[in-house]
Design a protein around this ligand. Structure first.
Ligand SMILES: [Zn+2]
Length: 231
């Protein structure tokens, strides 16, 4: 099978180009803060998928902190198939990576998270990123969405999320004490997403641990059970 991706554009912009004159905010490892960075040069690459027409593009940038002049690398990746809702309209989602990466402690996803159902693992990995970036509103919504996606995936019944969690207990997918932990996180209240108050950093971390416990109990331990009982 031939590779359906065709590289269509490669453009190199360097100092003096007007597209580079606007500074960008990025994390500076030296300043230990978000600072203004000057873009020194950019390579723009674009690929077209001929089988399922859509385009992905990368901006690979050399950036320099305007405070300490520390220089690093910034990569923006966009896929015109990957869109998000910004509250008013659908927008393209761009992922941003910095190199060298921050030495600050970043939380890693649980082992074997890739064995989770795709609908669950996608929300989970994005929520871990949101927690790592201190995006408290997004992280709170994500944590709740993980619980919702688990309940949906397991066809839990009930008029609200709390009742659905109790149904996971009745289905013997979740021990009672884990359900009680979830109830205590206050993630499950009957509020809509825009009414949910962001969690503090500590509460966010504690809630993430409880939700990870749910994922391990419902999916990862269950997957291992047949192997254990056959030995
Ligand atoms: Zn700096």
């Amino acid at each position: 099978m031939s590779n359906p991706w065709v590289q269509s554009i490669t453009k190199i912009l360097s100092g003096g180009d007007s597209a580079l004159s606007d500074p960008v905010r990025a994390w500076c490892e030296e300043c230990q803060n978000q600072t203004q960075h000057q873009i020194l040069s950019t390579v723009h690459q674009e690929w077209l998928n001929e089988d399922h027409p859509h385009t992905v593009w990368n901006e690979l940038q050399v950036v320099q902190c305007r405070g300490c002049e520390n220089t690093g690398f910034r990569k923006l990746a966009t896929d015109d198939d990957d869109v998000a809702w910004d509250g008013e309209k659908v927008v393209l989602r761009t992922s941003v990576d910095l190199y060298p990466q921050s030495t600050l402690d970043k939380r890693k996803p649980i082992a074997n998270y890739y064995s989770l159902p795709p609908s669950v693992s996608r929300i989970y990995t994005q929520t871990v990123s949101a927690v790592n970036e201190n995006l408290d509103v997004v992280a709170g919504i994500g944590l709740r969405a993980i619980v919702e996606s688990v309940c949906n995936e397991k066809n839990a019944s009930g008029g609200n999320l709390e009742k659905k969690i109790d149904d996971l207990v009745s289905k013997k997918l979740l021990p009672q004490q884990n359900a009680e932990l979830l109830h205590r996180t206050r993630l499950l209240g009957n509020k809509s997403a825009h009414e949910t108050r962001p969690l503090t950093a500590d509460a966010m971390m504690a809630a993430l641990e409880v939700v990870e416990h749910l994922l391990v109990t419902v999916y990862l331990i269950q997957q291992n059970e047949p192997k254990l009982s056959s030995t």
